[in-house]
Design a protein around this ligand. Structure first.
Ligand SMILES: [Zn+2]
Length: 425
């Protein structure tokens, strides 16, 4: 039986226009065509944003279902206003074959609360030695390839990967970390803090040297490069240079790199261990500015759930990563919108339209308009709440925002016309 059509009244689009929205059969329809028995939602005072798209989510299934599953991770996504997430390849087994892509897609078809786009690995087993089956994965629809968690450090391999994906309009999303400058035990931004806290430093340049190398390989090959989790002022400078030169580079910033800084590592709380690490204020400011002016194209979450056992370790040994799908929009509103750095149309660009375009995801990141797929998030820009890590839909509790008072904007999320989350009673 088809779902009852929904009529949303009183919401404003990001351009400020009040507009009733009729949702039927998964699409926005002419409100005048609403049937008499339509399900009505009063959205007076709310904003209607296109469903958010995350280019960078770790769902942990298959392999670490104790930390997250497709079901729990995508429910967290729906609660955060997302209608599409890109699932990173560093699962067990790694998503490095067409079969592995197919298995993840099959789980998502049954369990997911939003669209799940599988990301393919660049190298077999993320080992950095041999290329994975890039063309075969492209054959089953993969457009984004990443060894995220690890850097494709071998320049020759990175060049060949770019040449191959350039042949079918794919993109390499690079975790930029020179392993010779920031090895596996580096865990704190190299600064007076790393010295003071006695933690091994991870210099800003370990990121930007890879961004600079990759930008030049993108120029050499003509292929598309996407820079994951930009965290330093130096990387921003390199990306600005590359864009001016016409190189096909895009970049993403994470909410935690907009709000949280190195000083939080003082108590060695492993919740704040993340890769790349939390940086100092000058870097946070550079990333905010770059996100506002478009040097950084998109916000992504790097939602990285970890079981308690993997965080309950000495700081140097704990798994890096933090969860973030549910608070991402709130943090961006807090840091970028409420401070006047960014307006709502730009927020919709950075969190929906542009990430969908980078991932070449048809049907996502579209305008909230008649005839378009009904991917929508209703937002109360003024609502705030104290974050409670135990209230999360995620299976993990490594939430760096726990206890903070932040915007709590997501009132309802619709994916292909189906309400996947709501706080309306
Ligand atoms: Zn990464």
């Amino acid at each position: 039986m088809p779902a009852r059509p929904i009529l949303i009244t009183g919401a404003r689009t990001v351009d400020g226009f009040a507009q009733d929205l009729l949702i039927a059969d998964g699409f926005f329809r002419e409100p005048a065509d609403a049937p008499a028995d339509v399900h009505r939602i009063d959205a007076d005072g709310l904003l209607a944003l296109p469903g958010l798209v995350d280019l960078h989510t770790h769902l942990r299934e298959p392999g670490r279902e104790d930390a997250e599953t497709v079901e729990s991770g995508t429910l967290a996504a729906a609660r955060g206003g997302f209608t599409c997430v890109h699932a990173m390849a560093n699962t067990t087994p790694v998503t490095d074959t067409a079969e592995a892509v197919g298995r993840l897609a099959a789980i998502a078809r049954v369990m997911a609360h939003c669209q799940v786009v599988p990301v393919g690995a660049v190298t077999k087993g993320l080992a950095g030695a041999q290329l994975a089956q890039l063309e075969a994965m492209a054959g089953v629809g993969v457009t984004v390839f990443s060894d995220d968690g690890k850097c494709v450090a071998d320049s020759g391999l990175m060049r060949r990967a770019l040449e191959i994906v350039g042949g079918f309009d794919g993109v390499i999303a690079q975790h930029s970390q020179d392993p010779l400058l920031a090895g596996p035990t580096a865990c704190c931004h190299e600064s007076r803090y790393s010295a003071e806290f006695g933690l091994e430093g991870w210099p800003a340049q370990a990121e930007s040297v890879i961004v600079a190398r990759d930008a030049q390989l993108a120029e050499l090959t003509g292929a598309r490069l996407h820079v994951c989790h930009v965290s330093t002022a130096e990387s921003v400078d390199v990306i600005r240079w590359a864009k001016r030169r016409g190189i096909r580079v895009t970049a993403e910033a994470m909410p935690h790199h907009l709000l949280l800084d190195t000083s939080l590592l003082q108590g060695r709380d492993t919740t704040f261990k993340v890769n790349p690490p939390l940086r100092t204020n000058e870097h946070l400011e550079a990333v905010r500015e770059a996100l506002a002016d478009g040097t950084i194209d998109a916000v992504a979450t790097d939602h990285a759930p970890h079981a308690a056992v993997d965080k309950a370790k000495p700081f140097e040994l704990a798994s890096p990563g933090m969860i973030g799908l549910e608070q991402a929009l709130g943090v961006v509103i807090e840091v970028m919108v409420d401070t006047g750095r960014m307006d709502w149309p730009t927020l919709a660009e950075r969190m929906s339209h542009t990430p969908a375009r980078i991932g070449r995801v048809a049907g996502q990141g579209r305008p909230v308009a008649v005839g378009e797929p009904a991917n929508l998030v209703l937002v109360d820009p003024a609502r705030r709440a104290r974050v409670d890590k135990n209230a999360s839909a995620s299976r993990s509790r490594n939430n760096p925002y726990d206890g903070l008072d932040l915007p709590d904007p997501v009132v309802a999320t619709f994916w292909q016309g189906t309400m996947t989350h709501t706080t309306l009673v």
